[in-house]
Design a protein around this ligand. Structure first.
Ligand code: ATP
Ligand code: MG
Length: 568
């Protein structure tokens, strides 16, 4: 039997008004539809209907994970400092890690992810190549003290995640495990009814060799992705592109350098407004500190720096905005008035588009002054030239030369090919056929279960409320009872349909208007309205949430129709 509830006794606190603090549609609707409530910043409770959605997503994930042979377990949320010291992440992870002490003053953290715990387990339990490969996974609350918790469960500080970890004998084996997870992930997001793209991604604090993100495309997405019709996709943080070869206009005359006063004008917007010049002829001069000393990056005023490109070009792993002193020392001027002229070329990394610029503008490396008519290489030299700016609309795909499209996305899943990063740090080794000790090759794979619920709403809603993809709706069917005289037939249908479907029976003593509004708001796929029409000619009105279409059917016809609609 499936799940049946009468609404009169069901905890579904819907709201007529939008909650004040919610600024994206999924957050608003999750609160209004009685799915979540806030406890504190970034901390939410999942109410019964919200939890049902999450459980349905969880079930889909579990089926797909089990089908690739992964084994479900449960790890501890509390983790001792020692483990995180071994991996080096106690310091590296920074303030996002929730740290606490026990009564004996020993340090612990609340797990934001479980590489340490699982690698320790593998290290102590696995000894022979015969025990490899294997994958373990769990569903668990994760804790991250996010700098900007927002958008409800989309970016929370406590959230529900599925995390999986694979252990292999060889890199080839690990690639196979990775491919299996990618296939499983594609099935999962498809079955959840989501429009998504798989993109190349940065590995961040988890680390490893390479990674892919699974992005639900939505206007409110926090990420930006570049997609090509050839199938290529990458997060704009690292998306490569082919530069269009534009001919430089040889008729443009290089003018004489000129210094102009720009009192208190530091940003490109300020100066370009003040001088009435377009931001595309400005040279943005960014000074960074790295573990190898300072670097100066030049990009066009209307472009954005791709920090990953700069890191790669300079061969560094840390980038921090330089302080005033460093800027003064390197450029001879204060922050806000930097430019390439007079700076030691050894430090300068330039985006190619900057070097093509004719009669450009930059800071003069002195307070309240800018220079006009800067030309390369007449006026300055550089150490390195190449792409440094972020991808933008119209750039060409690196693999096929097609035009890239930029979209916004919500990251719902992330797969990492870790290699030996954790097995090496935590000594997870096995002996091979020849008796030689080798480190296990790992992958890790996360899905934001609660984030999927929010992402699904971003993609599927209308002015009246949520339009759940049927597979993850809290209920399949709502019986909307109008009037007392239809009690018997409602009861009958509640029982019969409840054999096969999750049914909510709105038996409340409320006006039809209130009942219709709630059913639309909560987004249940099929509404069956049982009122006068039934009493007069035994017909039931059936409405579909996704299309808004309705039809009148006899009770006997309904079952077949539901099978078509709900795919059960
Ligand atoms: P993001 O870039 O969004 O911070 P992440 O790269 O830190 O994500 P992972 O460490 O790969 O995320 O975690 C796996 C999955 O957990 C993510 O793909 C995402 O769906 C989910 N997730 C991560 N952080 C949060 C959060 N603060 N709230 C809800 N879900 C989250
Ligand atoms: Mg994060």
């Amino acid at each position: 039997m499936k799940y049946r509830r009468k609404l009169s006794g069901y905890f579904l606190p819907t709201l007529k008004e939008d909650p004040r603090e919610a600024d994206i549609v999924s957050h608003r609707l999750m609160v209004r539809a009685g799915l979540i409530r806030k406890i504190s910043s970034g901390i939410y409770e999942l109410l019964p209907a919200g939890w049902r959605v999450v459980r349905k997503i969880e079930k889909i994930i579990r089926e797909e994970m089990d089908s690739i042979g992964a084994q479900e377990m449960m790890m501890s949320a509390l983790q001792p400092r020692g483990l995180w010291e071994e991996s080096g992440r106690w310091n590296e992870y920074g303030p996002e890690l929730f740290r606490l002490k026990d009564r004996k003053k020993r340090d612990f953290c609340l797990g934001p992810t479980h590489e340490e715990v699982i690698t320790k387990l593998a290290a102590s339990e696995i000894s022979s190549y015969k025990e490899l490969p294997f994958t373990l996974y769990q569903f668990q609350m994760k804790f991250r003290d996010e700098i900007r918790p927002r958008f409800g469960v989309m970016r929370a500080r406590e959230f529900y995640m599925k995390d999986a970890y694979s252990f292999d004998y060889s890199m080839d084996g690990c690639r196979k495990s990775y491919e299996n997870h990618v296939d499983a992930y594609k099935n999962i997001f498809k079955r959840c009814g989501l429009d998504f793209a798989m993109v190349e991604a940065a590995t961040g604090s988890i680390g490893g060799k390479y990674s892919h993100e699974f992005m639900v495309t939505a206007d409110n997405g926090e990420d930006e992705i570049a997609l090509c019709s050839c199938g290529f996709g990458a997060n704009s943080e690292l998306a490569p592109y082919r530069i269009r070869e534009e001919k430089t206009d040889s008729s443009v005359k290089q003018k004489r350098l000129e210094k102009v006063k720009t009192p208190r004008m530091r940003t490109v917007e300020e100066v370009s407004g003040y001088l009435s010049l377009g931001s595309e002829i400005f040279i943005k001069t960014l000074v960074y500190d790295t573990e190898k000393g300072p670097v100066v990056a030049l990009i066009k005023g209307d472009d954005e720096l791709n920090e990953n490109f700069l890191k790669e070009a300079a061969g560094v792993s840390e980038l921090k905005m330089a302080d005033e002193e460093t800027i003064q020392e390197l450029t001879g001027g204060p922050p806000g008035f930097s430019g390439p002229l007079g700076v030691n070329p050894e430090y300068i990394f330039a985006d190619r588009d900057v070097l093509r610029m004719e009669n450009g503008v930059s800071g003069a490396n002195e307070k309240d002054a800018h220079l006009l008519n800067i030309n390369y290489p007449r006026d300055y030299k550089v150490n390195w030239k190449g792409p440094l700016r972020k991808v933008k609309t119209g750039d060409l795909c690196q693999s096929c030369g097609g035009v890239l499209e930029l979209k916004r996305g919500i990251e719902v899943g992330h797969t990492f090919l870790l290699g030996k990063k954790y097995s090496s740090a935590l000594n997870a080794v096995f002996t091979d056929e020849k008796g030689i000790s080798r480190e296990m090759i790992m992958g890790c794979y996360g899905i934001g279960v609660t984030r999927i619920a929010a992402a699904a709403i971003e993609q599927h809603h209308d002015k009246d409320g949520i339009v759940w993809p049927p597979a993850i709706a809290p209920f399949d069917v709502v019986l909307i009872q109008l009037g007392k005289k239809t009690s018997d037939i409602c009861k009958e249908m509640y029982k019969e349909l409840g054999e096969k479907y999750d049914v909510l029976w709105d038996d409340r003593d409320e006006t039809p208007g209130v009942k219709f509004k709630d059913a639309l708001l909560v987004g249940i796929p099929v509404h069956i309205i049982i009122g006068k029409k039934y009493l007069s000619d035994k017909k039931l009105e059936i409405q579909y949430r996704n299309t808004g279409e309705k039809e009148f059917l006899h009770k006997e016809e309904i079952e077949e129709r539901l099978g078509d609609i709900l795919g059960k």
